[in-house]
Design a protein around this ligand. Structure first.
Ligand SMILES: *[C@@H]1O[C@H](CO)[C@@H](O)[C@H](O)[C@H]1NC(C)=O
Ligand SMILES: *[C@@H]1O[C@H](CO)[C@@H](O)[C@H](O)[C@H]1NC(C)=O
Length: 301
């Protein structure tokens, strides 16, 4: 892997963008289901209760129409390109930075985790505003308030102030640091342990990357799901002047949810999430390395 010369930043960015858009077109409906399940607090005040992922799918299609499963996709599409692009480009740039800093020639396991974590923090700054908009559109309780992406942004800025768009930055940082540390850390480990693909055995290479990426995506998801749950809660609470929101900082919010609703509540929506981000992590890595190989050939390297 490390014998290949890194391509310039723009190529990594473009390859990450193509990978991200491919992944989201396939996987978005699971994300809608995940958000709906995470936002249920179990109070059940006359609102619809989803018993499982499949129940949620079925109820949305039956009661609201299948197109609802793609509601709010504009923000993620606009976000996925820069986000995935940032993920991979940041991973490579931070990798070079750390190798230089520590005077290490080749990436090793601790470095792969550190690099991934830093790439995650970088990514978080790009995604927070988009995530906030998406959550407000996906939530059933607030759906009637907004008619689209632009409407959400203008209403939040007007009613809650522009800083409200960065509501949830802290929990988002944790979520992305944990996911990317798990993802890039595992990819390194799995690639190191799989027999290297023959240089021109394309299908073997794709299988290796699919496996490494899927394991990485699954590990990242196991690590970061509690942060995802509290992030949805934090971002879904409108700011009211003069009051402290119930969910405010990430780790205390984790403690609050665990205390009030039990540890299992921290893994609400885990199944749809891991079904998305496990295979999704594989798709990402395959498309990313595929596009990078294409760029290399195209540049005659
Ligand atoms: C992440 O960055 C490290 C360090 O530059 C690199 O060795 C590794 O291959 C990168 N991972 C992916 C999946 O591109
Ligand atoms: C590629 O690798 C796979 C798995 O190791 C092997 O089954 C297959 O025959 C190889 N194909 C070529 C063209 O070498």
């Amino acid at each position: 892997m490390t014998t290949e010369k890194p391509l310039p930043f723009v190529y990594q960015f473009a390859a990450g963008a193509v990978a991200g858009v491919s992944e989201i077109l396939v996987m978005y409906p699971l994300d809608v289901v995940k958000t709906r399940m995470q936002l249920q607090s179990g109070a059940g005040t006359g609102e619809e209760v989803y018993k499982s992922m499949f129940d949620c799918f079925a109820k949305i299609i039956r009661n609201e129409g299948a197109s609802r499963l793609y509601r709010g996709i504009t923000a993620p599409i606009l976000m996925e390109a820069p986000k995935r692009a940032t993920k991979f480009a940041a991973n490579d740039s931070w990798g070079a930075f750390y190798r230089n800093l520590f005077g290490i020639e080749k990436t090793n396991q601790p470095l792969a985790i550190l690099t991934g974590a830093t790439a995650g923090a970088t990514e978080a700054f790009v995604v927070v505003p988009f995530e906030l908009v998406k959550i407000r559109l996906q939530d059933k309780a607030q759906a009637h308030k907004y008619n689209g992406m632009i409407d959400v942004v203008s209403k939040i800025v007007k009613q809650e102030g522009p800083l409200a768009l960065y509501n949830g930055l802290e929990s988002t940082l944790w979520r992305h640091i944990l996911w990317n540390a798990g993802y890039f850390g595992c990819i390194f480990q799995v690639r190191a342990n799989l027999p290297a693909a023959e240089p021109d055995n394309k299908s073997q290479k794709v299988m290796n990357d699919l496996l490494a990426g899927a394991i990485g995506g699954t590990a990242g998801t196991i690590l970061n799901t509690p942060m995802d749950v509290v992030k949805s809660r934090i971002q879904n609470s409108p700011k009211v002047a003069g009051t402290v929101p119930k969910y405010n900082w990430a780790w205390p919010a984790v403690a609050t949810v665990a205390r009030e609703e039990g540890f299992g509540a921290l893994y609400k929506g885990f199944l749809p999430k891991v079904l998305r981000l496990g295979p999704g992590g594989g798709i990402l890595l395959v498309v990313f390395t595929g596009v990078m190989d294409f760029f290399r050939t195209w540049r005659g390297e």
